[in-house]
Ligand binder design. Structure first.
Ligand code: HSE
Length: 316
């Protein structure tokens, strides 16, 4: 086999109180084809996000992650590589675009190497590249994931919530580099804040597994990262308030931001929630768009060629 087509979901890390631990996958996808060519060197075609600046360099995550597996398995066999991407996941907005590139590259190379590594082994490699497991885990496994590091090695437990939930991702135009958002977090936090988050993260997992979603309002609260990042996202407390007032259980910073994600019942008026949040951003001079999403339960997978030929008008 010389060519493989990959679909990889957007992810939302932290889920409020689960900093660097919790994550979920949602049904917004990048699609990527990887083809080994006779012509040496890298070729790249991109539609959608990043089309104007992604380049076929070895340090581009799409190539670097592919080569990480390919070189390890083949002993560095030199190849030409053609990558085509249909990118729907916004970049530098807290929806896991870099994790999706890492996971797609690793998964594609692994598929072309007869599934040499298990998914759990790919999680380890992806975490080494990304630095933390909370986005790469749901991108690999789908669903809701609880990830942890043990002796430098990443592990993840995948769960499915008891009942459907809607995720309203409101994406500001302004990018927020993860490195900047991580710098905003202090090296130490008060013990009582750690206890606060332990209780909320535990409550969140319990609420999701039991279907007792009336706890989500409390369970999605956080004191470990959101208060320190609030100044980086215009109008954040008011965006949270608008989401709740319009009927969401609560809202959180998705990953490191800048996206704000509301969690809502399928019976809620999700359009109304989204528009209320967009309006608050607008009042703070920030244009935003939104996606009303469901949980993705599969994670990264191979797909047929036809889905890669969507016309540009179908792009988000
Ligand atoms: N847990 C990470 C953070 C997710 O909040 O910085 C972003 O990659």
């Amino acid at each position: 086999m010389k060519k493989v087509f990959i679909q990889v979901p957007a992810t939302s890390a932290n889920c409020g109180p689960g900093f660097d631990t919790l994550g979920l996958a949602c049904n917004l996808y990048n699609e990527v084809s990887y083809e080994i060519t006779d012509r040496k060197g890298f070729q790249l075609e991109v539609e959608g996000e990043g089309a104007d600046y992604l380049k076929p360099f070895g340090r581009n995550l799409a190539f670097a992650s592919f080569l990480r597996v390919w070189n390890a398995v083949t002993g560095g066999q030199r190849i030409g590589l053609k990558v085509k991407m249909l990118n729907r996941i916004p970049m530098s907005r807290g929806l896991g675009s870099s994790s999706s590139a890492i996971v797609a590259g690793l998964y594609a190379a692994n598929a072309l190497c007869d599934d040499y590594y298990t998914k759990d082994e790919l999680l380890g490699i992806a975490t080494e590249i990304e630095g933390h497991p909370d986005n790469v885990a749901p991108a690999l496994y789908g669903g809701f994931t609880i990830s942890y590091m043990e002796q430098e090695k990443a592990h993840s437990l995948r769960l499915l919530p008891a009942k459907p939930l809607k995720f309203i991702a409101v994406v500001p135009d302004s990018k927020l580099p993860t490195s900047l958002a991580r710098q905003a977090i202090p090296k130490t936090v008060p013990h009582k804040d750690a206890v606060y988050n332990t209780s909320r993260a535990s409550l969140l997992v319990g609420a999701l597994l039991s279907g007792n979603y009336e706890y989500l309002g409390m369970a999605l609260e956080d004191k470990l990262h959101q208060p320190y990042r609030a100044h980086l996202i215009p109008g954040l407390p008011d965006v949270f308030a608008a989401a709740k007032e319009a009927g969401a259980y609560n809202a959180i910073i998705s990953g490191a931001g800048s996206t704000v994600m509301a969690y809502a019942s399928p019976e809620a008026d999700c359009e109304r929630i989204a528009k209320a949040m967009v309006e608050v951003f607008a009042a703070n001079n920030e244009h935003a768009c939104y996606h009303i999403l469901d949980l993705d339960t599969d994670g990264v997978k191979t797909v047929s060629y036809t889905t890669l030929t969507l016309p540009t008008s179908d792009l988000v």
